[in-house]
Design a protein around this ligand. Structure first.
Ligand SMILES: Cc1cc2nc3c(=O)[nH]c(=O)nc-3n(C[C@H](O)[C@H](O)[C@H](O)COP(=O)(O)OP(=O)(O)OC[C@H]3O[C@@H](n4cnc5c(N)ncnc54)[C@H](O)[C@@H]3O)c2cc1C
Length: 550
């Protein structure tokens, strides 16, 4: 109970204390179970230290400050000379320093740019998920930097030069040529005004010039414009190609990236996303000319994975806030958390978040094992778009419901809920919006029907004894692909991700939780809101105790 505070006219009572100075790992049993189930049990101590650090009131307050003070574009100096500089609040830089120190931008890579051994993906994901609960904007350049390494694999010379700077723990925000810096971060520019999903429509042109290419054109969205270099798609002589465009030319002069303006975004406000023109900008080719889409494919898989992890993190913070508040707030002489209807709402939400955590961690496990196991590689390919689809799409509604659990206090800016709510829709939209994810699942099924069908069969076997699992697998199998598959694919992809979540829970969560998840999400059709699932009072109490020990 919060300490009473006396005003002249009244005393402040019955308000919940801040959810701060908490252990984001120790309080999250579903996360601990998922980490264990996916081979990262040896990381428990380090993850607990990370969870304690990121759950401090200091970090939570920095998150508020970084977002209340969005970055500013300083396009020119007082004399009209171009600066193309973006100024961030110091809180943003502190988050970047923390995340680099924890190597969230590089821990899944070895020093030579090849994949780090298991459980690198799972242990990074656990940290990324906890960081997302506190501040998500800065995770954009962190995500892009780690994912870019997958595309750079097509240019081994560049990997050799850049990897020591990418992997460095010491954040170096100064705008300077990258060879002079302690560490670097990378961004990406693919979306243009006339097409984001359909990057084949890119009009930006690349012409071979000297030791690289000269690039002229624009990008309509390019986030983290103070990154040290960007992976950029542009049309070269042989077609759409991938390039690495540094902020400085090889002679040390500022490169031809002209930042036009910063987007005025719904959320993600600590992070800058710019519109940019390229005027004969220097860039180096990554991969073969004409193979740009193929080159960025692996990178895009990783950014999609991070979108899902971050959305799970946003939901987790919303849920934790809601349960915490409900335990402290008394209405009609009883804590909200003890009132049957509120219990039903919270337990339904907790189940949703538990499924999301298990699902993303199991997917990270597949990424960890993909190199040595073709079935896991196929699982990662088929499920990444499906998981991004489901987890990112459920986040806004869940966070809204969490907000309502706090009543009016949830709607005001002093609480973290409005920020979580504004942040949530970016993950489903960028790096492939919902429909595009469904089309991607269809594409995997068309290109690798045997491997993809084997994944669905594996999921069905893993979840075989769970209510609704057999029927879900049958529905997916019968719907994807084939004539008319496109218009029905959302239903099947949603089912696919839900089946995968049930299978993931089966491997790590208590049997009863898994059974209720399957019963309410596979066997029964899910209602449009939370609190409509058939969960007994005793089960609700147990689910909530797992979600946040009382
Ligand atoms: C905050 C933020 C940051 C961003 N940062 C970057 C960045 O750093 N770099 C970058 O390159 N881009 C960035 N983007 C852009 C983002 O990736 C694109 O907005 C996204 O890929 C969608 O492209 P689009 O906006 O052109 O929409 P469109 O491609 O026009 O799509 C519009 C809608 O149509 C749907 N659709 C598309 N094709 C089909 C189809 N065949 N069938 C059915 N439906 C379809 C999509 O699912 C979507 O819902 C950012 C966007 C945001 C919001």
């Amino acid at each position: 109970m919060a300490a009473p505070s006396r005003f002249d006219t009244h005393e402040v009572t019955n308000q919940s204390p801040p959810f701060a100075d908490v252990d984001l790992f120790g309080l999250d049993r579903p996360l601990q179970d998922a980490v264990l189930a996916n081979g990262a049990g040896g990381e428990t101590k380090a993850l607990a230290a990370f969870g304690q650090r990121w759950g401090t009131s200091e970090m939570l307050d920095l998150g508020r400050r970084a977002n209340e003070n969005p970055p500013q574009l300083r396009a020119f100096d007082a004399n009209g000379v171009r600066r193309d500089f973006v100024e961030y609040h110091p809180a943003y830089h502190l988050f970047m320093a923390e995340s680099l120190a924890a190597r969230l931008q590089a821990s899944t890579w070895r020093a030579d740019g090849t994949a780090a051994p298991a459980p690198a993906q799972v242990s990074r994901a656990a940290r990324f998920y906890m960081a997302a609960q506190v501040e998500t904007g800065h995770l954009c350049p962190i995500t892009m930097t780690r994912a870019a390494v997958a595309a750079l694999a097509a240019a081994p010379d560049l990997v050799a030069k850049l990897m020591p700077k990418i992997a460095a723990r010491e954040y170096d925000p100064v705008l300077r040529p990258w060879p002079e810096k302690k560490s670097i971060t990378l961004g990406m520019g693919m979306t243009e005004k006339q097409g984001g999903t359909d990057v084949r429509t890119n009009m930006t042109r690349a012409v071979a010039a000297g030791e690289g290419y000269a690039i002229t054109g624009h990008k309509w969205f390019m986030s983290a414009p103070m990154s040290d270099a960007f992976l950029v798609l542009a049309q070269a002589e042989r077609g759409l190609s991938c390039f690495l465009m540094p902020r400085f030319r090889p002679d040390g002069s500022l490169n031809g990236l002209r930042l036009q303006r910063l987007k005025d975004k719904l959320g993600n406000r600590s992070n800058a996303s710019c519109e940019v023109e390229f005027t004969d900008a220097f860039a180096m080719r990554v991969g073969e000319e004409g193979r740009g889409i193929r080159t960025v494919l692996q990178m895009v898989q990783l950014t999609r994975l991070d979108c899902a992890i971050a959305s799970a993190g946003l939901m987790r913070m919303g849920l934790a806030q809601a349960i915490h508040h409900a335990r402290h707030r008394v209405v009609f002489e009883k804590p909200l958390a003890e009132q049957p209807l509120m219990q039903a709402v919270l337990a339904d939400m907790a189940l949703e978040v538990e499924g999301a955590i298990a699902l993303v961690m199991r997917l990270c496990g597949a990424f960890d094992r993909a190199a040595g196991d073709p079935r896991e590689a196929a699982r990662a390919r088929l499920l990444t778009p499906a998981v991004k689809y489901l987890v990112c799409k459920i986040a806004p509604a869940l966070i809204y419901e969490a907000m309502e659990c706090l009543g009016g206090n949830g709607y005001v800016e002093e609480s973290i809920l409005p920020r979580l709510y504004r942040e949530a829709p970016v993950n489903p939209i960028w790096e492939g919006s919902g429909n595009v994810m469904c089309l991607d699942v269809l594409r995997v099924l068309e290109r690798e029907p045997q491997a993809a069908r084997a994944v669905i069969a594996d999921l069905a076997a893993e979840a075989a004894d769970l209510p609704g699992a057999r029927e879900a697998a049958g529905f997916i199998d019968g719907t994807l692909p084939g004539a008319g598959a496109e218009e029905r694919s959302r239903a099947a992809v949603e089912r696919l991700a839900t089946l995968a979540a049930a299978a993931a829970l089966r491997a790590g969560a208590p049997a009863r939780v898994t059974e209720i998840f399957a019963q309410t999400r596979l066997a029964a059709s899910r209602g449009a809101t939370y609190g409509v699932s058939d969960i007994s009072a005793a089960d609700a109490v147990a689910i909530l105790e797992r979600a946040l020990p009382g």
